[in-house]
Design a protein around this ligand. Structure first.
Ligand code: HEC
Length: 135
């Protein structure tokens, strides 16, 4: 927990430490992705998960986010869409509101501010992972 907070602070300060931590960040993101996202978006992010047919809105291919945004990965937008609590959704809002799901899951096990930081860490790890799988 402590090291994740230092890493996030380093990233915000634009430090080289952030780059050093990116691989680790992507690993955590990959695990979270496999557990929570692959069912709809597919194991490799192509939008072809088993549950994609069950939900009424197609699950987007998440490897094209940069390509669809003039070659730039839309980090801030992705963070907001994954968290979901800002009201900024891609379309209809079929995607679970992960900020709330993670927050409920963590509860108060991490102390009064711990869950806020843990949720941000998970959302950031997921976004870093998605950035790493862009075509
Ligand atoms: C129940 C199926 C489902 C699951 C599980 C799911 N998503 Fe989604 N996701 C969608 C759908 C459907 C959309 C299209 C927008 C909407 O309807 O909310 C979407 C949209 C997105 C977008 C925006 C894509 C774009 O083109 O702008 C991102 C980013 C995303 N999901 C990431 C994730 C991540 C990360 C997870 C796991 C933590 C996840 N999704 C889990 C169904 C799902």
């Amino acid at each position: 927990m402590q090291s994740k907070m230092v890493l996030i602070a380093a990233c915000l300060a634009g430090s080289a430490l952030c780059t050093a931590g990116s691989a680790q960040e992507a690993d955590i993101g990959a695990t979270l992705y496999a557990d929570h996202c692959a069912a709809c978006h597919g194991a490799t992010g192509m939008g072809d998960g088993d549950m994609a047919d069950v939900v009424n809105v197609p699950s987007p291919n998440l490897t094209l986010l940069a390509k669809n945004n003039s070659g730039v990965f839309p980090m801030l937008n992705v963070l907001h869409v994954i968290d979901g609590r800002s009201g900024l959704r891609a379309h209809g809002g079929t995607m679970p509101v992960w900020g709330r799901v993670f927050s409920d899951e963590i509860g108060d096990t991490a102390g009064p501010y711990g869950s806020v930081l843990e949720v941000r860490g998970r959302v950031l790890s997921l976004a870093k992972y998605l950035e790493s799988i862009q075509q």
